[in-house]
Write a protein that binds this ligand. Structure first.
Ligand SMILES: C[S@@+](CC[C@H](N)C(=O)[O-])C[C@H]1O[C@@H](n2cnc3c(N)ncnc32)[C@H](O)[C@@H]1O
Ligand code: SF4
Length: 446
């Protein structure tokens, strides 16, 4: 059952033809659709609060629903990938050093390192070597976050992560129903997920996050309720709950013949999101982003908190002043071109207002838009660029203002997500879909 506003704004094509380009024009200052073309990475301008993202694209048994760039683990390919990744770390270090020599105003500190995948811990010793190299070549991140799969996180692995200075971990629990785990094709059962999560909590990381998926086919609200209660009782610091989306280029999407992103109904997402919020609040958690809930005192665990970030690894993206770029998705080509050539496949020049819109997108996703950090980054007031937009959102109760910060109200989180999906998921679908087909695309129009 869909909501009538859902249907009109997001399902009725002529309405979309009107408001989507108009909102894009208002936020980015341009009518043209973002375009990525082959080019080289170059840092120009004011790089601050830099984050690093490192992508390890291997899984023991890839899940059909998963949209991320990953292949089935194979020891010899992994070994070649590791060698290439060390070479890319040196290239990125050179890029940063050149930028600092050109512009002494660049802040050399690294805020955080987020290691995602894939399953980053298939070879924990290799991961430890890579993290150490990143620290030596690029600087000491204040936080190191690693994504974990319940079947690839034994005690040895966890102690290697601790010794490597990993401070935050995120465990992909997905569900605690064996029936649903089998149905979506996960390689672990519920008891493995629970035990793995318990061991991660016992290890004493600063933050342990559990990923859950909801709106799984045939999933009942009672089953989700059980999952959330059990995960919260284990003492995690944060939960991130994602409704399952069907991406046309994923194995599931191809099998089902999806020609666009398949989403659960808006009604189902909202009902289940309300349940997640209620259980999280009963447990003393606060909503930290559209999909995540955490202890009030805990720091946020997310790959998106840094405005500027540099990506390493096949398919890793980077957002730096003046440009957004993305590495080749092909692991073979990544290995082949390094160390002589950069693995960057596509570049999109970013003008100032586009960068502001990008910043705004992620702050809205995190449900808090701090005025001072906008001023700090762009040397101008938030209201001087987006005043009308913020005024109307506040008037309609979507935002309220507290302590120099606009906050997305809880009841509006779903609508914000729904609106953002219209841009972000479609952009991801076009970019990742084409990059998975061709190692070096000539052009991608988002
Ligand atoms: C890269 S994976 C996490 C780490 C690990 N590989 C695992 O699966 O346990 C990131 C998260 O994205 C979410 N995810 C993956 N595919 C999804 C989809 N099609 N729709 C919604 N969420 C998805 C899952 O919750 C998953 O834990
Ligand atoms: S969800 Fe995790 S384990 Fe499954 S394919 Fe994606 S990255 Fe690999």
């Amino acid at each position: 059952m869909a909501h009538p506003i859902d249907d009109f704004l997001f399902g009725f094509r002529p309405a979309q033809w009107f408001w989507k380009p108009a909102l894009h024009r208002y936020l980015t200052g341009s009518w043209s659709r973002p375009r990525l073309r082959p080019g080289t990475a170059r840092i120009s301008g004011n790089l601050r609060h830099l984050g690093l993202y490192f992508h390890i694209p291997f899984c023991r048994r890839p899940c059909a629903f998963c949209p991320y760039n990953r292949v089935r683990y194979e020891a010899s390919l992994y070994h070649q990938f590791e060698m290439a990744a060390h070479q890319e770390i040196d290239l990125v270090a050179q890029l940063l050093q050149d930028a600092r020599q050109r512009d002494s105003g660049i802040d050399p500190r690294i805020g955080s390192l987020y290691v995602g995948g894939g399953t980053p811990t298939l070879q924990p010793e290799s991961l430890a070597r890579l993290i150490l190299h990143i620290r030596e070549a690029l600087g000491q991140p204040s936080d190191v976050c690693v994504e974990l799969h319940p079947s690839a996180m034994d005690d040895d692995c966890l102690s290697i992560l601790k010794r490597s200075g990993v401070t935050l971990v995120s465990v992909g629990v997905q569900s605690l129903s064996d029936r649903l785990l089998r149905q979506i094709g996960r390689s672990h059962d519920a008891i493995t997920a629970l035990q793995s999560l318990r061991r991660a909590v016992a290890c004493g990381f600063d933050t342990v996050n559990a990923d859950l998926m909801f709106c799984l086919p045939t999933q009942e609200p009672e089953e989700l309720d059980q999952d959330i209660r059990q995960v919260l009782e284990l003492g995690v610091d944060q939960i991130s709950c994602y409704p399952i989306f069907g991406f046309p280029y994923s194995e599931l999407g191809k099998r089902m013949g999806y020609d666009k992103i398949d989403r659960p109904s808006g009604f189902r997402i909202r009902t289940m999101l309300d349940l997640i919020r209620q259980r999280s609040q009963d447990h003393g958690f606060v909503q930290r982003s559209v999909w995540s809930f955490a202890r009030p005192q805990n720091q946020k665990f997310s790959s998106t908190t840094r405005h500027h970030y540099l990506g390493i690894g096949p398919s890793a993206a980077s957002m730096i002043p003046g440009q957004f770029h993305v590495n080749t998705f092909s692991i073979q080509d990544y290995i082949k071109v390094l160390p002589h050539q950069s693995p960057v496949a596509l570049v999109m020049p970013i003008h100032r207002q586009f960068e502001m819109a990008y910043w705004l997108y992620w702050r809205v996703y995190e449900m808090a838009i701090p005025r001072d950090s906008f001023r700090d980054l762009f040397d101008t007031e938030l209201e001087s660029v987006y005043g009308t937009f913020l005024k109307y959102l506040t008037k309609f109760g979507i935002l309220d203002q507290q302590d120099g910060c606009y906050r997305v109200t809880e009841q509006s989180a779903y609508w914000i997500h729904r609106l953002q999906n219209e841009y972000a998921l479609n952009y991801i679908n076009r970019l990742w879909g084409q990059c998975r087909q061709t190692a070096w695309p000539r052009e991608v129009v988002l």
